[in-house]
Design a protein around this ligand. Structure first.
Ligand SMILES: C[S@@+](CC[C@H](N)C(=O)[O-])C[C@H]1O[C@@H](n2cnc3c(N)ncnc32)[C@H](O)[C@@H]1O
Length: 285
């Protein structure tokens, strides 16, 4: 436990909160990752797991351990980033996403607009942007179109980005992948994992980007940011929605996660397109 403050008006829990905040400040200073506005309950649970595994009882003690052990720092960040994902996560949503992309491409053809920019923000190990790449390949088979595609995929977590670039996954991450997609877009590795083919890999550009601190991608037709908002508090969600608003072209689309609902304040700038798939469209200014 933290030592109790000499100031009698300070309660034990206030001290503990203070050292929790100091620990989060230490993470910002040492690793440049800012979890101060994430849901604190979730962050506390994750840190507590790491503390238990080292039998450390105080945040201050754990902070000292982080200073001594870069390996433990890496493990903590891995835990905090939560990279769980899978191909075509929430399968039914992707039927709508495919339909949306088909329509977007049809409209662009009519306007003779030959660019398509999609941003998968918070892409974890790459399953989401590769799912998008597969859908685009499928659409282009029936709707050939010579165009310039930019499919950017970003995450804060370097390790996840390396895994994404390698593009090899265990079978359980592919349970929503149709057999014909599996056959056409993956190769089976000797260890039983599945790797996306080079043609799919070549469509995606991975980059490290902190959604809170860094500039966003501009002039996007579609931003897919799923299962990332859930970790942020309300004010951070607001900031991020504004960021995506600025990021999107007029009439561009924002795809959020199944469990994520647009803040009421954002209804002035985004129009709901599909409530089930959580797809929103940027309103004209
Ligand atoms: C649960 S995964 C979501 C993966 C994928 N979008 C999906 O829905 O399956 C959340 C991802 O958000 C990333 N993330 C968390 N905070 C971030 C931030 N500030 N900037 C960029 N990425 C962040 C994490 O590293 C993690 O890979």
């Amino acid at each position: 436990m933290e030592s109790v403050s000499k100031n009698p008006s300070h309660s034990l829990s206030e001290d503990r909160n203070h050292s929790f905040k100091s620990l989060l400040n230490q993470i910002v200073q040492d690793r440049g990752l800012d979890f101060r506005q994430y849901h604190q309950g979730l962050i506390k649970r994750k840190i507590a797991m790491r503390m238990r595994s080292h039998k450390v009882e105080s945040y201050a003690g754990y902070g000292r351990l982080l200073t001594k052990s870069p390996e433990e720092f890496d493990k903590l960040l891995e835990e905090l980033c939560i990279n769980v994902s899978e191909f075509f996560r929430d399968k039914e949503v992707w039927i709508t996403v495919k339909y949306l992309l088909e329509n977007l491409i049809k409209q662009k053809k009519i306007r003779n607009d030959r660019s398509l920019r999609i941003w998968s923000a918070g892409c974890a190990n790459g399953e989401e942007p590769y799912s998008l790449a597969i859908l685009l390949q499928e659409i282009l088979r029936t709707e050939p179109w010579a165009f310039e595609l930019e499919l950017a995929a970003s995450d804060i977590d370097k390790k996840a980005l390396l895994a994404a670039q390698a593009g090899a996954y265990p079978k359980e991450n592919l349970k929503n992948v149709e057999d014909r997609y599996l056959k056409n877009y993956f190769i089976t590795l000797a260890d039983g994992r599945f790797q996306v083919k080079d043609a799919i890999k070549a469509m995606v550009k991975f980059l490290r980007l902190d959604l809170i601190r860094d500039d966003s991608i501009r002039e996007a037709d579609v931003v897919v940011c799923r299962n990332v908002f859930i970790y942020f508090n309300r004010s951070l969600q607001e900031q991020l929605l504004m960021k995506f608003y600025r990021s999107l072209k007029a009439g561009g689309y924002l795809v959020m996660g199944k469990a994520e609902i647009l803040l009421t304040e954002a209804e002035e700038i985004f129009k709901e397109v599909d409530s089930n798939a959580r797809i929103y469209q940027k309103k004209e200014a």
